[in-house]
Design a protein around this ligand. Sequence first.
Ligand SMILES: [Cu+2]
Length: 182
Amino acid sequence: MLTKRIAVGLLIALVAGLLSVTLPNGISSDAAQASTATIKLGDFWFGAATNQAPVGQPEPNIATISGAATGEITLVFENVGQVEHEVMVLGLFPATTEAVIKSFDASGNEVSKIETVSSLREVELQPGMRAEVTLVLDESIIRSFQDDPNLELKFEIACQVGHGTGGDHYKAGMRGFITLKA
Ligand SMILES: [Cu+2]
């Protein structure tokens, strides 16, 4: 009788042990402290004029953002140039499951707020405008950082204006990488 009780107790302990192992890791976007990077847009560069990299030149790293393992990052774009720019981050915008884009005019007034429940295509900014873009990253990206805390993922940032024309902003130098870290 006694041995049976011990056996049952052991079994419960074993099941409890298994349960604690299989509990989820507790990913919660609510608890996640969003990581933010601010990127200026000029004519025709990202970050700073010294980053201007016409096609044929190596692409510079524009920004490094830590905290991607939390599943949420915020990119702030400021158009300090004289013309409109359209930002795309290849591989990253398509890999977002939700996005919130708040736009502000040159005086700092919020002029629009857009929420998407799918991937983000691009962010358009008139001269003087600022956009705060919060991205919820998809599971595959979050898991990559959880599997390897030292991982660095690079995504190409590009301006889409004039694509395929003589006034192509990308070819003129609006090219580079942003780096995500855990
Ligand atoms: Cu541009």
